[in-house]
Ligand binder design. Structure first.
Ligand code: NIG
Ligand code: FE
Length: 410
């Protein structure tokens, strides 16, 4: 039978099991119609194959393509001045209350065209593609009014179409209070639920819905209103939860069967238990923790003990995590949060897929799944989390097609 792609002379790290690398040495993998059609020991490769493209992996390691399951990749403007302000002593909360922070990005994003948004995000996306990312989540949340929120999500879809990788969009209208609603947060939530979210859904632009549940974001009660409206539309929820304080956000997310609760530094024991019961993924974002110079580490031991799947993502955004390296996040998940390298890597493959509702589609090397693959010049997959500032990617494939990070858009 004819196959599209054969990768041979590789070692596989499948992440097929809930823990460990899933090592299979001296192996090969076959792709047909964009899916993994066969994998196993090289010597067991079926005879008489008719293959369109054959790759000699030269003893490298093949892993699932990496998944960045939490980004705010599409924005306009710059917040580098805030970095200086924070170094001089201002806190993220101080800057937000003074009208900077998310709201300053909103001003610039509202003024940007679709083309400008796509173009500025493209360079960030390319950096991620160069590190083997084949699936990415992109949130809105810098428009805070219907037209700009939709434009951000359109930009995200366009980036997916032109790059050939899978983009999952998340509507984050409840990210911050826009200045025109100052003192009227409940009215703004009414607008999010009554107009913005239905518009994003009707346009087919929202694969999931997120909110920022925090003292400088929205209350648990307001978050509930967003989640109720989301549930009525049949979409899954995610939540920026317990990042700077414990508002019970992770437990609230779990109550709604959220795909993920993200940040979760301050999640309580009870919230961890709720996540475990709901099967909700804890998405760890060491870039924001590091950049804000936070000190409260997420309850990793409790996640482990309760069996909460942990994902790792960049949180790429202009304020708290201006970072386009998922490999660096793997390293920092180990050094700052105490993950093992195999846990960090599962967090950017197997568990990241679950955080996007894609567990049955990608994030592991298994027959029938999408052929989202990354080939690395490393001695062992743990090297990917150990080294930092080093990129050993040889090649990557999305849905069986080679990814070209430098591809010019039409
Ligand atoms: O994930 N916490 C809220 N949202 C982003 C920050 C966005 C921003 O500061 O622009 C985050 O850290
Ligand atoms: Fe975020």
């Amino acid at each position: 039978m004819r196959s599209d792609l054969l990768i041979r002379k590789v070692h596989l790290s499948t992440f097929a099991d809930p823990s460990g690398y899933g090592e299979l040495r001296n192996a090969a993998l076959l792709v047909r119609d964009g899916r993994i059609a066969w994998l196993g020991a090289e010597e067991a490769l079926p005879a008489g194959l008719d293959v369109a493209v054959e790759i000699d992996g030269e003893g490298g390691w093949l892993t699932p393509g990496l998944i960045d399951c939490h980004t705010h990749l599409v924005w306009a403007g710059s917040r580098t001045r805030e970095f200086e302000q924070r170094l001089a002593g201002a806190t993220y909360q101080d800057i937000a209350r003074a009208g900077g922070g998310i709201v300053s990005t909103v001003k610039a994003t509202r003024a940007a065209t679709l083309e400008e948004l796509v173009q500025s995000a493209r360079s960030r996306l390319r950096a991620l593609l160069r590190e083997g990312v084949t699936t990415i989540e992109i949130k809105s949340g810098y428009g805070l009014e219907t037209a700009t929120e939709l434009r951000q999500l359109q930009a995200a879809r366009q980036l997916g179409a032109e790059s050939g990788i899978a983009v999952k969009t998340t509507f984050l209208g409840a990210h911050a209070l826009p200045p025109e609603y100052a003192g009227r947060a409940d009215d703004y939530i009414g607008q999010v639920c009554g107009e913005m979210l239905p518009a994003a859904h009707a346009a087919g632009l929202a694969d999931a819905v997120d909110a920022f549940c925090e003292s400088i974001g929205f209350t648990p009660v307001q978050t509930r209103r967003v989640f109720d409206a989301t549930r009525a539309l049949g979409l899954p929820v995610k939540l920026h939860a317990d990042q700077l304080s414990d508002l019970g956000g992770a437990a609230l997310a779990a109550e709604y069967g959220a795909l993920s609760a993200d940040h979760v530094e301050y999640a309580s024991e009870a919230s961890v238990a709720a996540l475990a019961r709901a099967g909700t993924v804890a998405v760890l974002l060491p870039g924001a923790f590091y950049c804000l110079r936070e000190t409260k580490v997420p309850p990793i031991a409790a996640f482990r003990a309760q069996g909460v799947p942990m994902a790792v993502a960049t949180d790429c955004n202009p304020g708290t995590s201006p970072c386009t390296s998922l490999l660096l996040m793997l390293h920092m998940a180990c050094t700052l949060f105490g993950l093992r390298p195999d846990e960090a890597l599962a967090g950017a493959t197997r568990h990241a897929a679950r955080a996007l509702g894609l567990h049955g589609e990608t994030g592991r090397l298994a027959v029938g799944l999408r052929a989202d693959l990354a080939l690395w010049a490393v001695d062992h997959p743990r090297d990917l989390a150990c080294y930092f500032g080093h990129n050993p990617l040889i090649a990557s494939w999305s849905n069986g097609a080679a990814v070209d990070p430098e591809k010019r858009s039409a």
